[in-house]
Design a protein around this ligand. Sequence first.
Ligand code: ACM
Ligand code: ZN
Length: 756
Amino acid sequence: MKKTGKFFFVLIFFLSLQNLQSQYIIPEPVKMEVSEGYFELNESTIISVNGKEAYSDAEIFNGYLKNVYGFELKIETQSKEKNNVIILEKVIRSDIPPNSYEISMNKKEIRISGDVIHYALQTLKQLLFNKISKGFIIPCSQITDYPRYNYRGMHLDVARHFFPKEFIKKYIDYIAMYKMNYFHWHLTDDQGWRIEIKRYPKLTEIGAWRKGVLTGKYKDKSRESDTTVYGGFYTQEDIKEIVEYAAKRHVTIIPEIEMPGHSLAALSSYPEYSCTGGPFEVSREWGVFEDIFCPKEETFTFLENILSEVVDLFPSQYIHIGGDEAPKDRWKTCQYCQDLIEKEGLKDENELQSYFVRRIEKFLNSKKKILIGWDEILEGGLAPNAVVMSWRGTEGGVDAARQNHNVIMTPGEYCYFDHYQGDPRTEPVAIGGYTTVEKVYSFEPTPAELSGDQKYKIFGAQGNLWTEYIITPDKVEYMVFPRICALSEVLWTPENKKDFRNFKDRLRKHFDLLDELKINYSKAIYNIEAKYSPPSFSSGVEIELFAPFSNSEIHFTTDGSEPDMKSEKFIPIVLKKSCTLKASYFENGVKQGNTFVQEFDINKATGKEITLLNQPRKKYSVGGAFSLVDGIEGMLPWSGRDWLGFLGDDLNATIDLGKEEEISQLTVDCLNAELSWIYLPKEIEIFVSTDGINFQSVIKIGWNEINKFERNVTISFDKIKTKYVKIVAKNFGKIPAGKPGEGTDAWLFVDEISIN
Ligand code: ACM
Ligand code: ZN
């Protein structure tokens, strides 16, 4: 009996080893080999350390074990233990690059050495997934690892919404977990001042509180706000505590104090540092505001006094001073500003901004700090030692690198985590955009056009989280995860090891850990992706669907019912009738992810040949002309994915119906969003032709009629037979005075054209 019991125990143990999951780490290490045998980490495992830093790293690791798994290990300095021991040796090694670590394991020990032990412990945390009753079995591995970039950052805006101290610490944990090393803390903006400054108490007495906030979206016409007082700030004690917390996790905090723009909260507290003298109110709305700091001597004294306190609180070598989105309207009409331009021999207000930044830089340099600014600090000339954070694309970064300045890349397209990360119809509200995990993963921080030496000016990259539409910590997590995982790999893993398919498979397993840590994350990577094209030999729309993972089957319906395994299996199809397409994908018979849902309106124009006289702007032309006749109505909130955007130009589209058809109605879907400078067309004219050369006007409608529509402009006319239809929708023209963007060309945004 006894013997059999033991035999079974051994057998079960053996079988469980057979089922051990293979290793997967995010970000993927430079080199990792799995060798023979297993190390069992359990409650009796001892951590041996060789000094203060390793001791602190071990303590943080222990805190994690305790929080997540309910046990911790004994830490000894230079332990004599030979068995069941994790040895941490902080050493500067000349044989591996800086910031490296090595892990080597056998049955008896895990030996970690390198100059940042902390990174090795993040890897070790991710190896704890083969659970046994009181610990973990870790297949022995040999790992050598170091980062690709020195700057691996995450940003958080606490001005638009305030997040409590405890959550900031959690956010720092997340940064550290992915071996990132900078936290860019956006502490001040128009909507709130969030850092206590002893010398200027009104900054937090007044500037930290706003008397309400927009309830709808910024782009809504109504712009309604509530009247609930909202705000909060961090005391200097809070900040010291957080800075120390971050330092223990090898994360440097870079504070951002915005100037000269995005400064309404400060100016509401101290209006004397504006051009007009105010009064001002901490903003309840999002956007860009014209009242900014006036470059008076008193203003510099004020800002330098603030920065002196900031510098004392943050040991970071870098201080961010913003510099973005500073309208020059006030400076243009301010006598002091104009006199200063003349006195300093400056060319214009851009050079005045440059003067402003140079003075602040000189001050920071005198405090042994380096200035970072958003890429607008290039305008009017860069301050001599400034680091540029390139957010409006990568061009600013390229420009700065060519001028021999260090650069941090944060282009909106790849690095703005306030964008949608999946289909806006199934994601919580976001500011706009479309930045999927795959898009983030595809980011290459070093632009190919830089020469060898200039390439070294790319210090790294950063994910930015602006919080206009992010009110709770839960949603911060949702917007950050799992895009932070993708970004960490962009920044850490060697370029030649980047492989999205492989990453996605690892990420999927990594979700188990996120569940264990109770992190709220988006599952958009499970979404089915679709591609639409004009069919080759018929009318309608050709549809291809792509499952996110291999070994899966897609099943679909067109009658509105929920697809299951018994529904028709998907192969590329041509839709010829209006319907709702629903599709799901299944692995081993089990549905994964959300159901894909798309409505199609198939009409006489759908899938027909369409030519455009004027081309839309590149950013808003992703689907090309076909997206106007693909049977799909443009999605709201709008993005460049399905809308075509014409700046100042008209829409002039000719559709070849393929044969003579009788038609009596045309609908053109246009966007009406004045706050985004997008206007309905001011006039629409429809023409027909049987030969495609000689066109005859059928109907023309003007602004009074068009303005009655919210978006789909439907035009009916007497029945007429035609093969070609031309529609000319005239751009609204210059934006009228008193409207956002006044005096500039309006955008015309068009999506579907339907003909019946
Ligand atoms: C920014 O997004 N205004 C830097
Ligand atoms: Zn002024």
